[in-house]
Design a protein around this ligand. Structure first.
Ligand SMILES: C[S@@+](CC[C@H](N)C(=O)[O-])C[C@H]1O[C@@H](n2cnc3c(N)ncnc32)[C@H](O)[C@@H]1O
Length: 218
């Protein structure tokens, strides 16, 4: 990438205080990608809002570039975030419904970070929203469901909208299976994007991969 842009200390502090799974080094790489993609003057879109940790970074990069950040989530949690699973947080359960609902936490997080006006939250299933989406995007950040079904649907639904020169960012890419719990669907989607000939790798930080659209298709 041409230049590295870091978030202001208060933005980084808001990111670090938010619930979520992304470590700081990956957050900084995501921020740099979003800052660069923002120069295209097109919206930046995330699949997988959860409680807004990574959204803070996209929102601030979007604010600086004068574009919008869009974030897609049904807010009912992924498989591994459900009760009884490793990534479950009981605070994300709506006590009335007994179902996960991360939307209230996301809204508090963005409000506290002062970034609400730079973000449009799209609440629903990623493939359904993608099926009615028609506009080009400067950046697509894929961090939704981590099964092959969901990761491929996110790629097929959103990657076609990455503009020429825009960035496709994929989270939780594990080239090596660390244990029986390591999901490798994002890695397979990353390989699929490279093998398509439409995307070229720009950077790798931890489990985050940044690819640029350098050809047509997906
Ligand atoms: C790993 S979390 C996202 C973490 C977030 N990017 C962060 O940095 O904190 C994955 C999110 O994707 C959402 N999700 C999973 N499958 C989805 C689907 N098919 N449509 C919409 N959202 C989905 C889940 O509800 C969950 O909030």
């Amino acid at each position: 990438m041409a230049t590295t842009v870091d978030p202001a200390p208060e933005v980084l502090a808001a990111f670090e205080a938010a619930k979520g799974f992304m470590p700081a080094d990956e957050g900084l790489a995501l921020y740099a990608a979003a800052a660069e993609a923002g120069r295209l003057g097109l919206p930046l879109l995330e699949v997988g809002t959860y409680c807004g940790r990574s959204t803070i970074l996209l929102a601030d990069a979007a604010r600086r570039a004068g574009v919008l950040a869009l974030t897609v989530d049904h807010h009912r949690g992924s498989e591994e975030q459900q009760p009884g699973w490793d990534y479950h947080d009981p605070e994300t359960v709506d006590p009335e419904l007994g179902l996960m609902d991360t939307l209230p936490s996301f809204r508090r997080t963005l409000h506290r970070a002062g970034l609400e006006e730079h973000v449009v939250a799209l609440v629903g299933r990623s493939p359904q929203i993608a099926s009615v989406w028609g506009a080009p995007l400067g950046l697509v950040f894929v961090d939704g469901g981590h099964t092959d079904e969901h990761a491929n649907a996110d790629y097929e639904g959103w990657a076609p909208h990455v503009a020429d020169g825009g960035l496709l960012v994929i989270h939780d890419v594990f080239p090596v299976k660390l244990d029986e719990f390591t999901g490798q669907a994002p890695y397979r989607v990353y390989l699929r994007a490279l093998e398509s000939g439409a995307f070229t790798e720009v950077s790798a930080t931890g489990t985050l991969r940044v690819l640029r659209r350098t050809g047509a298709g997906i």
